[in-house]
Design a protein. Structure first.
Length: 115
């Protein structure tokens, strides 16, 4: 099985990778906010499961929250719908902070509209 994990430099993604690597029948692929559209398309088309762990939770630049939380997930969802095999199993991680009126909480809550 091919698994794509977003947010490869984050705490959750790194720990998922450690866990999944103990299962030899799994092929892991990773993307992050710096991945090109070409790389995103290629990896999304190759994977059966996509696990979204990506997100900015601390930044001095308020725009990075929207770019990395909302726009990134929008890009991923659009690319999934453009693949030939649209039957992808998608797991999205979020936070209890969606109930807060912080920039982080608001952008994580706004991700839901793309599902």
């Amino acid at each position: 099985m091919n698994i794509l994990i977003t947010g490869q430099n984050g705490f959750i993604a790194k720990n998922l990778a450690i866990y999944f690597k103990s299962h030899s029948n799994l092929n892991l692929f990773f993307i992050n906010k710096k991945s090109s559209i070409k790389e995103l398309k290629k990896k999304i088309s190759r994977c059966d499961v996509i696990i979204n762990t990506a997100g900015t939770n601390r930044s001095k630049n308020k725009r990075s929250f929207n770019n990395n939380n909302v726009n990134f997930i929008n890009k991923i969802v659009k690319l999934i719908t453009q693949t030939k095999d649209k039957k992808k199993f998608f797991i999205h991680t979020s936070t209890t902070k969606v109930k807060e009126k912080t920039v982080y909480g608001i952008t994580k809550k706004n991700q839901k509209k793309y599902f």
